[in-house]
Design a protein around this ligand. Structure first.
Ligand SMILES: C[S@@+](CC[C@H](N)C(=O)[O-])C[C@H]1O[C@@H](n2cnc3c(N)ncnc32)[C@H](O)[C@@H]1O
Length: 218
């Protein structure tokens, strides 16, 4: 249960989405068995949709885990995207690299090992789509770098922004999560009060925020 949307709605939408197949099913099964957090089904479906309409050539992901969302986005682009994904945990990288090799994505997905805060300042290429799915408490720190690395018409998607509903309601906040919750609220306030940006906060999965630059074309 996500804590964001009523369970019967989640169940219904998941029923519509249906089961993954092939590599994505294998990776999803592994993630479930080994308790590795990967994007929830509705977010996976949203990412597929965004990649299909935006047709990003270059994607940056923060948080690889076992490579599920990287592979999903590459498949959604029909193999027409190059994905750079950042991960700091060596054991996750080992599994992701194996998956990327075994399923034939090694020319399309590159993992950068390290903390996002160390790696982001060193990147120079621009990206059409940036997917933030690591270090929930640090989105405020990651964002200025991500904006710099974003193509003019690019899109930033941040996952977990409603964090089990805690971000939207003090009554749900667990004491030990208060710092993350406060930081996430600051992140969403910053996005929604920046006149140069357009942001939509969408209550699917654990909550996502999708951001782009305001259109200033004449
Ligand atoms: C939710 S998982 C990513 C799931 C993946 N995007 C997917 O859906 O298949 C988050 C990952 O980010 C990594 N992570 C957390 N904080 C990080 C940081 N500051 N820099 C790099 N990686 C980080 C964690 O080790 C974890 O593997």
């Amino acid at each position: 249960m996500s804590g964001i949307v009523q369970e019967y709605i989640v169940d219904y939408i998941r029923g519509l989405i249906g089961e993954d197949t092939g590599v994505l099913k294998d990776l999803e099964d592994y993630a479930t068995k080994e308790h590795v957090p990967i994007v929830q089904k509705e977010v996976a479906s949203f990412l597929k949709f965004m990649v299909t309409i935006q047709k990003p050539k270059k994607i940056l992901e923060l948080g690889t885990a076992i490579g599920y969302s990287s592979i999903l986005m590459n498949i959604a682009s029909n193999g027409n995207s190059i994905i750079t994904t950042i991960e700091r945990e060596r054991d996750m990288i080992d599994i992701a690299e194996k998956n990327i090799q075994n399923y034939g994505f090694e020319k399309k997905i590159k993992i950068l090992e390290g903390d996002c805060l160390e790696i982001l300042p060193k990147l120079e290429e621009k990206y059409d789509l940036i997917f933030m799915d690591a270090g929930k408490g640090h989105y405020n720190d990651f964002f200025p770098y991500c904006l710099k690395l974003l193509e003019y018409n690019g899109i930033i998607i941040a996952d977990n922004v409603l964090f089990r509903g805690m971000v939207a309601s003090d009554e749900l906040v667990q004491k030990r999560k208060i710092t993350i919750v406060k930081r996430m609220r600051t992140y969403l306030d910053m996005l929604c009060n920046n006149n140069e940006l357009v942001t939509s906060v969408i209550p699917i999965g654990d909550g996502i925020a999708i951001t782009t630059r305001r259109n200033t074309d004449e």
